[in-house]
Design a protein around this ligand. Sequence first.
Ligand SMILES: [Mn+2]
Length: 430
Amino acid sequence: MSFAISADFIAAENAKSLIAHTDDYAHLGQQLERRGISIEAMTRRAMEYQVAVPTWGVGTGGTRFARFPGPGEPRHIHDKLEDCGVINQLTRATGTVSPHFPWDKVSDYNALRQEAAQYSLGFDAVNSNTFQDQKGQRLSYKFGSLSHADRGTRQQAVEHNLECIEIGQKLGSTALTVWIADGTNFPGQQNLSRMFENYLEACERIYAGLPKSWLLFLEHKMYEPAFYSTVISDWGSSLLAALHLGPQAKCLVDLGHHAPNTNIEQIVARLIHAGRLAGFHFNDSKYGDDDLDSGAIDPFRLFLVFNELVDAEMRRAKDFSPAYMIDQSHNVTDPIESLMSSATEILRAYVQASLVNRSALADAQSASDVMVAHRMLKLAYTTDVSPILAEARLRRGGALTPIETYRASGYRSAKTRERPAVAGSSSGIV
Ligand SMILES: [Mn+2]
């Protein structure tokens, strides 16, 4: 019998901090009321917000140098679902998981869908993988996949993506995320124009295989593993491809996939304008694609991204329905704790951005009152909305204090006993 955290245990843990929470919530309610904001409305918004968790996120990641496995790591998709279930059980903000193929391959996807449902989980976008060679694969992706100089290799990569769509349909997904590692390390290695054209032509065949209700998410990344040129290196290339393919193709923004100091919120605004914002891979970074926890390094930037999103939501921007997902690599923390903390930080930025008085801000902008406009954002950002987040979790049956409750439950040590360490798993993050 595998260990699980019970609803009674969560309720008992919640009881310990309920009085303090009730006080804090009432106090924040009074503060917000003075600003003309209903805490009840904010709590309801918090209760409705969901962010997907990637199946690969519950395992320990790694770097190009090493991977240090943690105790009780998930060994396969079944263990991963169990861990994702705990994250949602305690935070109530992560009701879907995003699987990666072939990493999460099983023989029966209907059974997998039912298994996920037992943890109250559904499936978000499916992710294809043509950035590494799989066992028994006929042609290698060493020199690229969808943009490869060889037609047969491109075709193999297309077929893998079509298979991902097929699997995704069985799981109830409605989107395919494509990120390719294709690029070059040497000037002259490939023809830069031809690589992009090869990519477009291959994506046309994937696009043709999309069910009507599906979207194709194109993820750009500035560099790595290719360090001289990358085929889909930025939002410009991504948007060109999406516009070329058609309305079901949109651009996915991974926060870590830009040069340091890039104004990501402005990129978000441009993609909203074009009606082509697919959604997000949330994480944080200091230098590059660091894959650090959301909100760990620059929570203000996360807030500013959400400021654009809430603005678009409030003015009912056309074709605006972004998908939210976490994409991080956890190297020095328990992945379950990192994902719960990140979901909380993402939700925090969303609620903070929801506090901005949009019409007053528009007035200040019209009057070119710079300081007033800026201070409106700062007022929202510096408001501690923790009691709202806690109340939203509480009302949905989650934990007032997810990380403390998780630690007190003994889940990790129970899993360490139940899941013998897998030998030979030493590769870094991909
Ligand atoms: Mn990503």
